[in-house]
Every structure is written in C-alpha cells, then in structure tokens.
Design a protein around this ligand. Structure first.
Ligand SMILES: [Zn+2]
Ligand SMILES: [Zn+2]
Length: 284
C-alpha cells in the first residue's frame, strides 16, 4: 500500500476502510502545507502500534525530514520500525521490478512536487497448448518463444514467438498533481496517464483567486488532462465554499471540467477506482 499525502485524520479513515495500516510501505508527500502533512505523525505512530510494519519509506520535499525529526523529538515519539525519509528532486525517485516513480515540479506558493507512477509492461501469456499442437519440443525453445523471439526448429520451420504470446499487458500510468496552478510540469507528469488525479480548489469564476493562491480551477485541471492526453481525470482538493445554495455549487465543478474533458469524476471519501488495462498485441 502506497499513500500520497497525509492530511489530518488519514489514519482514522484508513481504520474505517478495508485497507490494513500494516501494509503501508511508501508515503509520497507533495509539499509541506498542513493539509498535506498534518496526519503524518499520528499515522506513523499508529503504524508502530500495529506491530508488523517492517519499514516505511517517505518521499517528499526539503524540510520534511527536519519536520518529522523535530515532531518526534518534541513529542517523545520513538518508532519501533525504521523510517527512511528521501528528499526528492525532479526525476526518477523510485524503481523496482514492477513500478517506477518520477516526480516533477508544480507551481504553488511553496515548493511542491507531483508524482507519476508507471507500471512496467508485462509480456502476454505464452500459449503452451498451441506450442504443443505445432509439435515444438518443450525446453529451451519455449523460453525464447515466450520472450517473443523468432526461432528456427530442427526440421527447418521458422516460428515467431509473438504468434504464441497473448497481448502484452501494458503498464498503467497514474499521475498525482496537487497543489498547483495550471503549469507545464503537471501536463508533463500526466502525459498519456491512464488516470490523472488533480486538484480543483476553485470554480472558473474564482480564477483570480486561483492565480493569487496558486491553486487550480476545475477548468485548469481539465485543460491539464486534455493537453496531456490523459485517459481519465479525478478531481480532488475542493474549497468548502461551493455548498448548496451558493451561486456555484459543488456539482458545478464537475460540469465545468466535463465541458472540456468529458471523462472526469470527482473524488469522494473511500472512493475506489480500478485503473483499467489497455492491451496491444506483440505482433502489431
Ligand atoms: Zn498547498
Ligand atoms: Zn492543499
């Protein structure tokens, strides 16, 4: 389980969800404003109580390490498991066999980073039955064919491995951009993303406030998704001002974004979204 930002109350929401706090391994922090970090100390302390947390890696801007060290020193909090804080700079910040994570600069009142998570492509399933029907001797050849290589059999037949493999599972891409006013950095992070999670603090009619405070309007979020050719946009980080009865209501933010980028949703507490896979054939 990976967590992006940790506002106040995050641990309580985790407890009320199907997620297990003990599964948490990585936390990515965008910037040092309170609404993105005030839940961190409580959550990390709870992870210690949960007992079976192995280690937590936290990625974030300069100042995060000092903040956590001061908070644990002055609150006499000692963690029973290792916590490693990684101060990020734009570029690749994490990679394993399955995923890579890049971060990029956003445009906000203080240093802020967005994140892009890319799942690696997985080769399609090797069709063993088809290989058997073609009477290809099992063993070393299967390995080559599985990798999509072209092999020549002893009887002279030439077999293209791609013809025996199912469609490649294309790795999914997720971008997380908050807090920011419209900027090229966000468009870059969201390039071809299967899902872009973007802040939409204000409605378009309050665009002057968005520029002043360096936040996005719903329109800016949609323009980012459009420019990046993202496949879905999920809006979050709403101002509480758009309550029912106001000239602009909460649901108007959605209308506003959909007029520009139709595949837009609004995030809500406990929302779960399974990112669909896109497929293409190895042969093509
Ligand atoms: Zn902020
Ligand atoms: Zn914020």
């Amino acid at each position: 389980m990976w967590l992006f930002d940790c506002g106040e109350g995050t641990q309580h929401q985790v407890l009320r969800s199907d997620l297990k706090i003990s599964q948490l391994t990585r936390i990515f922090i965008t910037h040092m404003h309170g609404d993105h970090i005030f839940g961190l100390m409580g959550l990390l302390a709870s992870c210690g109580l949960a007992g079976n947390v192995q280690r937590i890696d936290i990625y974030g801007p300069p100042g995060l390490n000092e903040y956590l060290q001061a908070a644990s020193r002055y609150s006499h909090t000692h963690f029973s498991y290792p916590i490693k804080v990684h101060t990020v700079t734009p570029g690749l910040i994490y990679e394993d066999k399955e995923f890579s994570v890049h971060c990029g600069a956003l445009h906000h009142r203080i240093t802020a980073f967005g994140y892009r998570v890319v799942e690696k492509n997985r080769p399609g399933r090797f069709d063993v039955e088809k290989a058997q029907r073609l009477q290809i001797p099992p063993g070393r050849l299967y390995g080559q064919l599985k990798r999509g290589e072209v092999v020549t059999l002893e009887d002279g037949r030439v077999i293209n491995g791609a013809d025996l493999c199912g469609d490649t599972e294309v790795g999914r891409k997720l971008a997380y951009c908050t807090d920011t006013v419209y900027c090229d950095g966000a468009v870059e992070l969201a390039q071809d993303a299967d899902v872009l999670i973007h802040e939409a603090t204000f409605a378009h009619q309050d665009a002057d406030m968005a520029f002043q405070r360096l936040h996005s309007t719903s329109t800016m979020a949609a323009q980012t998704a459009l420019a990046a050719e993202a496949h879905r946009l999920i809006l979050t980080h709403f101002s509480p001002r758009y309550t029912p009865g106001n000239p602009v209501e909460f649901r108007d933010l959605l209308k506003e974004a959909r007029a520009i980028f139709p595949k837009t949703e609004m995030a809500h507490d406990f929302m779960s979204y399974e990112v669909p896979r896109r497929r293409y054939s190895v042969a093509s």
